[in-house]
Design a protein around this ligand. Sequence first.
Ligand code: NAP
Length: 655
Amino acid sequence: MGRVCVAIAANSATEMLNRAAEVARETPFLEFRLDELEKPQLVTSRLKSFLFDRPLITAIATCRRKANGGSFTGTAQEEIEHLVTAAKSGCHIVDLEIETAEALKALALEKIRAAGAAVMLSFHDFKSTPDLDAVYARMAKFSPDFYKIVPTAKTLPDSLKLLKLLEDKCEDGNVVGISMGSCGMITRVLGPRFGSMFTFASAANGEETAPGQITARTLNELYRINTIEAATRIYGVAGSPISHSMSPLMINTAFRRETVNAVYLALDTASVKDLLKVVDSLPIHGVSVTMPLKEEVLPYLIKTDPLSARIGACNTLVRGDDGKLYGFNTDVGGIVGPLERRVPLRGAKVLVLGAGGAARAAVFALVQRNCEVSILNRTPVKAQKLAKQAGAKVIKRDQVGKTRFDVVINATSYGMSGAKDVTAPLTAEEMNCGHFFELVYNPIETPLVKIARAKGIAVILGIEMFVQQGARQFEIWTGKPAPQDEMLRVVLHALRQQAENALPPEPAAKAETNAPIAVEQRKAPSPSISEVHPAKPATKAATPKPLPKPVAPAAAVKTAPVKVAAKASSKPQPAKAARPTPPAKKALAKPLKSKSNSPTLARPAAKKQAVASKNKPAPAKKSIASKPVAVKKPAKRAAAARKPAPAKKPAARKK
Ligand code: NAP
């Protein structure tokens, strides 16, 4: 048994078995969701020969009733009958809901065990995270072979409760724990590290059987779940919304490429306090901070680099040797680096559109480099405030078209994928410059980029800033040069895929006259790597710059910082420059109680031998370098890409 069990849900028995055969080639640990079929018996009757022919597969059978979050509409008694048939057909483990066990008493468990399967008693809460110790105690009355505890994390600290339970029970080696929802994502990756026997994954994007489920390929190849151990360092990107972020793809790729024993997760939170709770409780070594936390986090840091303190925003946290948190701003380098390579900055006339966090980084950094910076913002008062703080000017909209700039920077969210406001901060006539720098990176080709290209203006894309700021974070955290080419390659690939998936479907045959237009759209200009890095090969940028010297931010002096002393640090030291702790040098503060990375299972004797003989799942064959992890497709498209959608079933599964 591996760390990842893939849930197989389909619309027909044949589709389910075909899909299972396909998935088992990569991950031979499967959950058959019998409840997804109108007649579960159609698949249980064929499971015997299916599993007999594929002895490497470990199989779980689940037939969850509707009342408990599944799709099965029969009675508890009927559920047991399907599960018993599945057990007799060779399924090694049977998922039995606590509600069914309570309704039918110990009889249900006995029937399943007599049919030859181990019982995994399951608890699900689709709304919240209740008292998990009480849940465990409720389940323990049945002495199940395995416990499956799946609450919903509404906040990041909810996920901590689940991980704590796993850690507490890991000695027993028979608990599977996952928190559903986007705040529970960390438990899907870290669960096994904290003692969960395994975790559940979907077969592909669009085939999720529970909220927040990640694909098996993403868990295996991007998060390298099979290599996560006590010494693996944990990093993440914190903010909200965060599910669209390309940072996990980019940074995990870099970790993998440079063989850094670390994993980078999406920390979905809009609350600094929740973030700090997680950072305090888990051995987290660094965090990328994004909207809306960049400014809010400052008072809680022990020190920041001078630029973050002046700008009043920080996007990178590092846990120092003393266990305290230090802040850096790598957005600045991400803006200045690409500009410096193309434009002599001293005396350059720069127009910055926007007055938010990204604009602040641009304005402060460019004023410091002796640029003549003008700010134009939708809300003029914010532009005035920023201009005053940074020593820049405010420009009125009616003056913009009459002024020639060396550089125009779009630091507004106009054009960003998902942004609702469609009013452009600048028209084609008003764009009068030598270089246009678009900070929005998703999509690659924004409306303003299209205008600039049409006018023959040199374009700098947001993806270049994105990779640069991420590369600098990687260097701060690891002390190693960042593999920028590879980081850029995977993000470009993912963004292109996303753009392709967002296009309307190909026109039907009858609309043949429209076909060339559709093809044209599909091949909309999208940059090559050399276009994104025209002036300087990424390898050159791979030399890490020295860390800026942190200074105490004014806010930190005034505000008593929340206690974030990490359990990772054994001995507090006086505050000093925030050097990342050298990888794998220190023991983690919270060593796991679990004894191994591949928890062994306590099984009933009858089943033990059969399961023990199963091979471990083969490690992922395809490297992420050759096949980047797919970006989430809309459910419908993913299903359609696999097979024509059967009439009966809706594409997106509820559970
Ligand atoms: P923010 O703090 O929310 O600021 C957004 C700014 O955009 C505000 O000044 C806002 O004006 C202005 N704005 C929004 N929609 C506008 C519109 N339709 N017309 C004119 N102005 C508009 O956001 P942020 O953190 O600065 O980020 C801004 C953009 O930069 C985002 O798209 C973000 O994705 C991008 N960014 C990219 C990178 C990268 O690595 N490439 C890094 C950081 C940020 P008001 O003041 O009137 O509200």
